[in-house]
Design a protein around this ligand. Structure first.
Ligand SMILES: *Cc1c(COP(=O)(O)O)cnc(C)c1O
Length: 429
């Protein structure tokens, strides 16, 4: 296996692109080596410019839930392309996608489409503030909500009360209304409410996927929602990753909670740039043109993206692959744990539906701090061995692996072999 052409493109890319990438995780910084350049993908497979084929467990970080280039999606966008690319005016398909989304989320009467998950969340936060007339937002350490200033706060900071900017260029003022709590720790939320009386709401990933997969314990979400309601504060569910991935609809439904505001992205665009935020009528009526909260977008509701989203969700509903996802994830979990045992490597596997990942630690992972106990050097070795054995993983210990409904028994066999070989190499470090 050679990566010659990828290396050449990487070197070329460095001249006019920052780190040769347009999103930092793609740079392979935490696993070492140069990033791969991709030529094409189809079904469960992705191909790099050196013509190496991989089973893709990145799936564009979630959107490609049907696998790449599903024929119905391709047909729908090809048809849409013939009518034009963008109009700056409403189209019928926006109504159609809005209905599919609202029907799938019990707490959502109305939705507004935007162009990315980041945009969905920043709008959702603005909406929570507009509706409650309060400024402070609580987020959980280790949860990622896109790159807006207010939420780029030191993820993993043990200093729950101190909000330090997690990125250069984010002014203190932009994060002074952001409070940090610990995932699966309701007391850390209550402490903030005891110290402040101007909290608009709490934002969280109902299944965390951006510190690796971390699952809410027992009644954490239900108790959190009940507590927030008693305080007149809103629950903002960032389902950009979990929406239509955990089930048809949101993780909220599976977990028995209904958020006040829900943010979506990834799967709802089927690979095109789409985000959305929605809520019950009373809240959404705050948004312009009905209300005084301004939020706009030149390309929002883009006709090609709407066609891709409708085709993806329609096919997804028809396939209803969620039980299959559970079974496949369970199989891969067993393969990982068996290999870890065989080669004596400390490993914990975390999974929910079609999101999963191993942590190279002997700890149970229920929050960011525990996730950080993982041995990232072991992950880096594992990652490159999986690549050499034809499986494309996210290049970070703290990113979820994703499954698509296109995954086959043959793919799983290939993954099984790769896991066994890679774990052996990890044990020889
Ligand atoms: C990916 C992600 C975002 C950001 O979405 P972008 O489309 O990358 O801007 C926000 N929240 C969560 C939970 C995500 O997984």
């Amino acid at each position: 296996m050679t990566f010659q052409k990828s290396h050449e493109l990487y070197t070329k890319g460095l001249e006019h692109l920052v780190g040769a990438v347009n999103s930092p995780v793609r740079a392979f910084a935490s696993v070492g080596g140069n990033p791969l350049f991709i030529k094409k993908a189809k079904g469960t497979k992705i191909y790099d410019v050196d013509d190496n084929a991989y089973i893709d467990l990145v799936l564009s970080y979630g959107p490609m839930i049907l696998g790449h280039r599903h024929k119905k999606v391709q047909k729908a966008i090809t048809k849409a392309l013939k009518n034009g690319y963008s109009f700056g005016a409403s189209t019928k398909n926006e109504i159609k996608l809005a209905k599919i989304v609202c029907d799938a989320f019990p707490g959502m009467d109305k939705v507004r489409f935007v162009n990315s998950g980041t945009e969905a969340v920043l709008s959702g936060i603005r909406l929570a503030r507009a509706f409650t007339g309060k400024d402070k937002i609580i987020k959980f350490s280790g949860c990622y909500h896109g790159h807006q200033d207010a939420l780029l706060v030191a993820a993993g900071s043990g200093l729950a009360t101190l909000s330090l900017p997690g990125s250069k260029g984010v002014p203190e003022g932009a994060v002074k209304n952001t409070l940090i709590a610990n995932y699966n720790d309701l007391d850390s939320v209550k402490a903030h409410f005891e110290a402040h009386n101007d909290i608009a709401g709490v934002i969280l990933e109902p299944i965390a996927g951006n510190m690796g997969v971390v699952i809410p314990e027992n009644n954490f979400l239900i108790d959190l929602k009940e507590y927030l309601t008693s305080k007149g504060a809103l629950l903002i569910a960032d389902e950009v990753m979990t929406g239509f991935r955990s089930t048809f609809g949101g993780a909220q439904e599976l977990l028995g909670v209904e958020a006040d505001i829900t943010c979506l992205g990834k799967v709802i665009g089927g690979g095109f740039p789409v985000g959305a935020y929605g809520a019950r009528n009373e809240i959404m009526e705050m948004v312009a043109p009905l209300g005084g909260m301004y939020q706009a977008g030149t390309l929002s509701g883009n006709p090609i993206a709407m066609a891709g989203g409708i085709a993806t969700l329609t096919e997804l509903k028809k396939q209803n692959p969620y039980e299959k996802f559970n079974e496949v994830a369970q199989t891969i979990e067993s393969l990982l744990l068996e290999a870890a045992k065989k080669y004596n490597v400390d490993l914990t596997v975390s999974r929910f539906g079609s999101m999963m990942n191993p942590f190279f630690t002997d700890k149970n992972v229920t929050n960011f701090q525990e996730a950080q106990s993982s041995d990232t050097k072991k992950f880096a070795v594992f990652f490159w061995e999986m690549i050499r054995n034809g499986v494309f993983l996210p290049p970070s210990q703290f990113e979820a692996w994703f499954l698509s409904s296109a995954i086959s028994t043959k793919d799983i066999k290939k993954i099984a072999k790769a896991i066994d070989k890679s774990m052996r190499v990890v044990s020889e470090m």
